[in-house]
Design a protein around this ligand. Structure first.
Ligand SMILES: [Cu+2]
Length: 171
């Protein structure tokens, strides 16, 4: 635990140094080596798929596909990088079960503001979803990957699904 704290601290210092200018190049370079090792050990744990997707004010995700393995525990984080108010440009990620019509679900969800833009009574159509996130907010959801196949994900904020959708692929 103590070692971990030290690594984080040196990481932060390294970051500040590298932002400060080019004088301390040698020092920040050696810090980066440590950082890489830490990242590898924390994300390659067997059976856990850690994924991060971002949303923005252009009504877009930064990824079109998310891929995991059947049987994985999925730890999915949505980060809303936008700055516009939640009421105007909020985002979520909603992963639908197979056979659920994306457009039809999106249109029904768009009317469900009081339910976080999810359709009440149709929880069985959804594998997992985050809440609607405002600017700078993030949320991590954890769920078991469904059986192998291609599933659809979307943002259910009104009128977003046209641009904000993609494939959640389970191999
Ligand atoms: Cu959205």
């Amino acid at each position: 635990m103590k070692k971990y704290t030290l690594i984080i601290t040196s990481l932060a210092i390294g970051f500040m140094v590298s932002c400060g200018g080019s004088e301390e190049t040698t020092e920040s370079a050696s810090t980066e080596t440590t950082t890489t090792e830490t990242t590898e050990t924390s994300t390659t744990e067997e059976g856990i798929a850690e994924l991060t997707i971002e949303s923005n004010d252009d009504m877009k995700y930064n990824l079109k596909t998310l891929e995991v393995k059947a049987g994985d525990q999925v730890v999915l984080t949505l980060i809303n990088k936008g700055t516009m108010p939640k009421e105007a440009m909020g985002h979520n990620i909603t992963i639908l079960k197979q056979g659920v019509d994306l457009e039809e679900y999106a249109l029904a969800a768009a009317k469900a503001k009081d339910n976080g833009y999810q359709v009440a009574g149709r929880e069985g159509d959804v594998i997992a979803h985050t809440q609607i996130l405002g600017p700078g907010e993030s949320e991590t959801i954890t769920f078991d990957a469904p059986e192998a196949g291609t599933y659809k994900f979307l943002c259910t904020f009104p009128a977003h699904y046209g641009l904000m959708q993609g494939d959640f692929i389970v191999k």
